[in-house]
Design a protein around this ligand. Structure first.
Ligand code: KG4
Ligand code: ZN
Length: 352
């Protein structure tokens, strides 16, 4: 079985061809970093237009690289949401057109399900497992029980974790996207010189909060005399910020593991996904926790942790196998929680 996957929900235009035995025949990603860099963040209208002009070429490249013709495909899978709606519409309309023209099954995939099932593509792991999904738009702890079966244990009550890195970088005059820039600067610095809070650490539950940390970074910068922030200070603030985030993530994941094990005593896997999974400090915190609990820790390769279409094609394969296809009247969704039953975060609305 061979599926073409399409991803346009954020600032990557991507297409990939994947087989049901987990072979990635092609995985083409065009980042819009250059278009958005001058604004220090993603501009939805610019993103949608860039998807329109790039998508046809990206799909053609993915098909050529895979050495596949449309006649050899078994289905088309596309991100149906959640995401920036202009971009999602571009992908969904294109996928529908191909499905209609070639008379192929159409699958609208939840972008978060793409991230959630990636570890099954890369490592063939079994359900259930605990997933930490950490990206520019999402910070969630989920028990993955099966295709379409997710139980959310925690989420952020304010900013997403990647947003925290991006905003901190912006305040410190570092490059966009902020995550890699903060990590690089942190390598030259020491934590502890500029103490920052660990929001929600030690509190009950598995939710996250990063807006208080961001405010504390701003206050720390403002306390320095104007123009006196040296490269060494920036490095120290980055080191402390990263240590604070890793501390909080470790605390929240430890709580989630207790809940996971109580619901699934046989569960023995912790998975991380999303762009922030690239962060070495966060990875090593997670790996230490997994070691101490005697469970395996899986972090898919970086290019499959960040937004890509191979994960969408794979989620499409998992759904197609279960007969979970969609109709061509599927409406793109700006919001689409993986676990609609999840209770709202207990402190929601209260900025930490
Ligand atoms: O998953 P992703 O590529 O896109 C979505 O948000 O869906 O994640 C991008 C986020 C950005 O906020 C970026 O700053 C962050 O991932 N990121 C990192 C690192 N590399 C990327 N954050 C911390 N450390 C990194 N090394
Ligand atoms: Zn994503």
């Amino acid at each position: 079985m061979k599926i073409l996957g399409i991803e346009t929900s954020c600032d990557e235009t991507a297409a990939a061809v994947v087989t049901d035995d987990g072979e990635i025949l092609s995985n083409v990603v065009r980042s819009q970093l250059e278009e958005h860099a001058p604004y220090g963040g993603i501009v939805p209208e610019i993103a949608a237009r860039a998807h329109v002009s790039a998508l046809d070429h990206i799909i053609a490249d993915a098909m050529t690289e895979a050495g596949t013709s449309f006649d050899e495909l078994d289905a088309i899978a596309v991100t149906g949401g959640p995401g920036l709606i202009g971009g999602v519409i571009v992908g969904v309309m294109t996928a529908k057109a191909i499905a209609a023209a070639r008379n192929l099954p159409f699958l609208a995939v939840n972008h978060l399900e793409g991230h959630a099932l990636t570890a099954r593509l890369t490592d063939g792991i079994e359900f259930p497992y605990l997933l930490l999904l950490v990206s520019g738009g999402h910070t969630q702890l989920l028990i993955v029980e099966g295709v379409g079966k997710y139980s959310r244990l925690g989420t952020t009550i304010d900013d997403a974790i990647g947003e925290g890195f991006d905003k901190t970088a912006k305040m410190l005059g570092l490059a966009y996207p902020g995550g890699p820039a903060v990590e690089k600067a942190a390598m030259e610095g020491n934590s502890g010189k500029y103490p920052l809070p660990r929001p929600l650490k030690g509190r009950e539950g598995c939710d996250f909060s990063f807006s208080g940390l961001k405010t504390a970074v701003r206050t720390t910068i403002e306390k320095c005399p104007a123009g006196a922030l040296l490269e060494a200070d920036i490095a120290d603030i980055c080191a402390e910020f990263q240590a604070a985030v890793a501390d909080v993530v470790g605390d929240r994941v430890s709580h989630a593991l207790i809940e996971f094990k109580s619901r699934h005593p046989i569960g023995d896997t912790l998975v991380v996904s999303g762009g922030v999974a690239a962060n070495t400090a966060i990875r090593s915190t997670l790996s230490d926790i997994a070691d101490s609990q005697n469970i395996q820790f899986i972090a898919p390769p970086h290019n499959l942790c960040t937004d890509n279409a191979a994960m969408i094609a794979w989620a499409g394969i998992e759904r197609l196998k279960l007969g979970l296809t969609d109709q061509l009247d599927f409406a793109p969704r700006p919001r689409w929680p993986l676990d609609p039953e999840a209770p709202a975060a207990p402190f929601a609305g209260v900025k930490a």
